[in-house]
Design a protein around this ligand. Structure first.
Ligand SMILES: [Mg+2]
Length: 222
């Protein structure tokens, strides 16, 4: 019901009445496109309005593993280096809270990052209780495939948030995927959902609260 929720959020923002679930489910995607275009705003969820994606999103998703990119998702993409060559990253405490809660509730969380240094990522992962961490140059899909092999899960059981061209493969393949508001256009096109929050500014929190654990927050209404 992700699109349903998002479309109704936009309708309410414009002062229009929300669609009922029956109307939404019986409306063909072309008409949904029209409704959305009439809302007349930069609505990047447009890429989700096709039969295949809509059906997949409307069916029960069964996410067991939430995988996250780091630069541009956990962070705003900024990279800080000290004169001694140490790398510093700024993380968002609201994202951290969402991840800690998710881990406690039994969801497995993983990080796949193409960053050149792993220390800051590994430290943050340890603090948040994230056990699966890969930082390196392997194609991300290969890393995830090895995790799926180990866990017996399928792509449909995985959610993924990524922000750039090296994420598009996973954004297309995983069961439920999102791109932050400031992601590269390719990533936004590939993702099921474009989030309202930018990388490093609560996009993980928004995704977890609204899509993985709907009802845990009223963020969507704000
Ligand atoms: Mg990235």
């Amino acid at each position: 019901m992700l699109l349903f929720k998002n479309i109704n959020y936009l309708l309410r923002q414009r002062g229009a009445l929300p669609l009922s679930a029956e109307v939404f489910l019986s409306t063909d995607p072309d008409s949904l496109w029209e409704i959305v275009s009439e809302l007349n705003q930069p609505f990047e969820l447009l890429n989700t309005l096709d039969y295949e994606v809509r059906d997949r999103l409307l069916s029960e998703t069964d996410i067991k593993l939430a995988v996250l990119d780091v630069d541009g998702v956990f962070t705003d993409g900024g990279m800080y280096y000290t004169s001694s060559g140490e790398e510093i990253k700024k993380f968002n405490v609201k994202d951290g809270m969402a991840i800690t809660r998710a881990v406690k509730s039994g969801l497995e969380v993983g990080i796949i990052s193409a960053a050149s240094r792993s220390e800051a990522v590994e430290l943050r992962a340890e603090i948040l209780g994230i056990k699966r961490v890969y930082v390196g140059k392997k194609p991300k899909i290969e890393v995830l495939e090895s995790w799926l092999y180990e866990t017996g899960l399928g792509f449909e059981n995985v959610s993924y948030i990524g922000d750039d061209v090296n994420d598009t493969e996973l954004l297309k393949k995983c069961g439920l995927t999102a791109a932050p508001a400031d992601a590269a256009a390719e990533a936004k096109r590939a993702a099921n959902v474009v989030l309202r929050s930018a990388g490093g500014r609560g996009c993980i929190r928004e995704f977890f609260d609204n899509y993985l654990f709907p009802g845990s927050s009223d963020d969507m209404e704000k």
